[in-house]
Design a protein around this ligand. Structure first.
Ligand code: R5P
Length: 313
């Protein structure tokens, strides 16, 4: 259908793109993506991509708005260079929390971003754990959403932990946490959380389930300020938990979140590399698991027309 496979990266997470290419046993495509002194982004593809099946790896991670523009401009450059098919590989889909009009006169930026990516010329999207699965419907092109839940649960399974309870950080996230609990064959508890308007502060109002005397594993899709995880850890410990470990897929860790979590009673934070973890956010308490082989396998399946869903059966 399309000639050979090609993987390119913007500046958001070249390390992940390199790891994906290592898992695919192929070189990363050659492309310059840089900013002029007037902050205009420029892209130049340094090899022929005519008719090729192009995958552009670019999580919408910090600096978020630059990552967006780089992705859009790269898609445009590949389209104009006659790529056969262009897949935007966004291991983290930013603006995912802006997915509904839940206050008067606010945008739905997750939808706007989807429109921009399509208008730029993407033919497909490959992503990992959207903040809400419904975001898939903002696109009119095929979206493959992978999940890193099994990457996290495999890590904990191998440690053969006893007397564990998985704790969801809110009712909306209970489905994801229940999947991890099922994989680990442990009970589930849920925090009833409240966020005030657009404030980034969170209160854990109550906890549904039993954590007394248990090792608690708090599972979330993303950590921004750390407010949610810290409030969940506090309420679990207050209710008699023996220890608290936290896990999340997308470690945004904005502001001083990494330091706050690592300085708290949370014993370990397990995350994935869907977005980069810069040196100032690293800590011996933080374990990073890679999603590169998962994304690599999905790319192979998309390229060869095999089922992506089978990966999770
Ligand atoms: C909320 O719905 C999400 O699952 C996370 O709990 C939230 O995005 C984490 O944000 P923060 O770390 O700022 O509390």
């Amino acid at each position: 259908m399309f000639s050979d496979l090609a993987v390119f990266t913007g500046n958001a997470h070249p390390e992940l793109a390199e790891s994906i290419c290592r898992s695919l046993e192929m070189p990363l495509g050659q492309c310059d993506v840089f900013e002029f002194s007037n902050e205009n982004i420029f892209v130049r593809i340094l090899e022929n991509v005519r008719s090729r099946d192009v995958f552009i790896v670019q999580p919408i991670s910090s600096p978020v708005n630059r990552s967006v523009m780089e992705l859009l401009i790269m898609i445009d450059a590949f389209k104009r260079a006659s790529a056969g098919r262009i897949t935007a590989v966004m291991p983290y889909y930013g603006y995912g929390r802006s997915d509904k009009k839940d206050q008067p006169r606010v945008p739905i930026t997750a939808r706007l971003l989807a429109n921009l990516i399509e208008t730029a010329g993407a033919d497909r999207v490959l992503t990992v754990d959207l903040h809400a699965g419904q975001i898939q419907g903002f696109f009119n092109i095929p979206v493959d959403e992978l999940t890193a839940l099994y990457t996290l649960s495999r890590y904990f399974k191998e440690r053969d932990l006893a007397e564990v309870t998985v704790l969801a950080t809110d009712v909306g996230d209970a489905k994801r946490a229940r999947n991890i609990a099922r994989q680990l064959d442990t009970p589930l508890a849920i925090v009833d959380k409240e966020r005030m308007g657009n404030e980034e502060t969170v209160s854990a109002l109550s906890l549904i389930g039993e954590v007394d005397g248990r090792h608690v594993l708090i599972a979330d899709d993303e950590i921004l300020t750390g407010g949610t995880i810290l409030a969940a850890a506090r309420i679990a410990l207050d209710r008699g938990a023996r220890s608290v470990t936290a896990a999340c897929i997308h470690p945004i860790l904005s502001g001083g979140a990494a330091a706050k979590i690592c300085g708290s009673d949370i014993e370990e934070l397990v995350v994935t590399d869907t977005i980069p973890l810069p040196p100032e956010k690293r800590d011996p308490k933080i374990t990073v698991l890679t999603v590169a082989p998962l994304i690599g396998e999905a790319i192979t399946r998309i390229h060869t027309g095999q089922s992506v869903g089978e990966l999770f059966q």
